[in-house]
Design a protein around this ligand. Sequence first.
Ligand SMILES: *[C@@H]1O[C@H](CO)[C@@H](O)[C@H](O)[C@H]1NC(C)=O
Ligand SMILES: *[C@@H]1O[C@H](CO)[C@@H](O)[C@H](O)[C@H]1NC(C)=O
Ligand SMILES: *[C@@H]1O[C@H](CO)[C@@H](O)[C@H](O)[C@H]1NC(C)=O
Ligand SMILES: *[C@@H]1O[C@H](CO)[C@@H](O)[C@H](O)[C@H]1NC(C)=O
Ligand SMILES: *[C@@H]1O[C@H](CO)[C@@H](O)[C@H](O)[C@H]1NC(C)=O
Ligand SMILES: *[C@@H]1O[C@H](CO)[C@@H](O)[C@H](O)[C@H]1NC(C)=O
Ligand SMILES: *[C@@H]1O[C@H](CO)[C@@H](O)[C@H](O)[C@H]1NC(C)=O
Ligand SMILES: *[C@@H]1O[C@H](CO)[C@@H](O)[C@H](O)[C@H]1NC(C)=O
Length: 266
Amino acid sequence: MHPKVNGGKCSLWTFQGFILCIILVELCSTQGTIQTQNKDVQLGGNVTLKCMPTKDLNTLLVTWQKKTDQGVENMAVFNETAGGNVFLPYKHRIGFDVLGLNETAITFWNVSHQDHGCYYCIFNTFPLGSIKGNPCISVYDNLKAFLHYQIADGHLNATCFATGLPRPNISWVASGGEKNEREIRNPNGTVSVISSILVNVSSLKKQLICRIAHRGEERDLKGPVAERGYLDPVLLSVVLLIIVVILITIAICCWRRHRKKPSGKF
Ligand SMILES: *[C@@H]1O[C@H](CO)[C@@H](O)[C@H](O)[C@H]1NC(C)=O
Ligand SMILES: *[C@@H]1O[C@H](CO)[C@@H](O)[C@H](O)[C@H]1NC(C)=O
Ligand SMILES: *[C@@H]1O[C@H](CO)[C@@H](O)[C@H](O)[C@H]1NC(C)=O
Ligand SMILES: *[C@@H]1O[C@H](CO)[C@@H](O)[C@H](O)[C@H]1NC(C)=O
Ligand SMILES: *[C@@H]1O[C@H](CO)[C@@H](O)[C@H](O)[C@H]1NC(C)=O
Ligand SMILES: *[C@@H]1O[C@H](CO)[C@@H](O)[C@H](O)[C@H]1NC(C)=O
Ligand SMILES: *[C@@H]1O[C@H](CO)[C@@H](O)[C@H](O)[C@H]1NC(C)=O
Ligand SMILES: *[C@@H]1O[C@H](CO)[C@@H](O)[C@H](O)[C@H]1NC(C)=O
């Protein structure tokens, strides 16, 4: 029965150490881990966080907490005798989806930007103590954007508006121009970015584009197409008139000189 290692006292100690080791490893591995998943949810939507131990545990109590800047905040608890209990600031905003000790799930209704963050689902077990899962919620709102522009006094004045969560990023595809940007934090947590550009129309070489980056995607809003330097028709007529006048003057001068030359020789 005993493994025949070296024989004598030493083998007994080695064997006991080996058994102790196996018990410890077994105890540690029975704890297992908590299976969970991070979720993305749109502002105003519903989202469910679920936690499941990978091993059967002797769980007495399940607790849900929110991670905050200060530490943690208790949201809800469940045990077999008392059932589920959701605490005050969360009372009408979340509910248990799965009431149990083997598995737990809570649903957030009408998600607000305050729900963005990470949570703990804690299985208080005997005799292993508490085992935690750490799922996170990422709250977003779809991008709303538009471009407005006008041309006055040889300048193109364009303003790009982008609202979303997280904050959208605006950049201009244009050479030069005077740029100006401001942002507004909306009550629902979204951010509106308002960026304007003032460009001299004659320096506009290509089409002006407002490029918006949001949630890993890019959207281009196109401004007016540059038309061969954007020459004003009035300015063009004036320039043409001047050229014609100059040409006529030169022609008249040449003609006069031509006429004078032969008359001077005589
Ligand atoms: C959040 O507020 C912005 C600006 O008021 C609005 O455009 C957007 O639609 C709102 N989002 C939701 C989901 O209500
Ligand atoms: C969220 O859940 C509530 C209650 O179950 C339901 O009335 C509502 O339609 C759901 N909203 C969405 C966006 O699924
Ligand atoms: C369940 O919770 C209630 C109140 O929180 C407590 O009085 C009770 O002892 C708990 N039962 C178990 C089995 O933990
Ligand atoms: C919890 O898990 C145990 C063992 O897997 C099972 O016997 C029991 O029915 C489960 N309880 C619930 C409420 O699902
Ligand atoms: C959802 O929450 C917003 C504020 O966060 C509120 O204005 C709106 O009425 C709520 N919608 C529902 C269906 O409860
Ligand atoms: C550009 O247009 C916006 C409105 O579209 C206006 O508020 C702003 O004063 C204009 N800027 C210039 C320099 O004309
Ligand atoms: C937003 O733009 C700035 C510079 O214009 C850049 O450094 C930053 O990485 C951008 N952020 C995102 C989320 O695209
Ligand atoms: C526009 O730029 C051109 C040169 O690029 C300059 O000659 C002209 O005066 C500018 N127009 C205005 C209105 O600033």
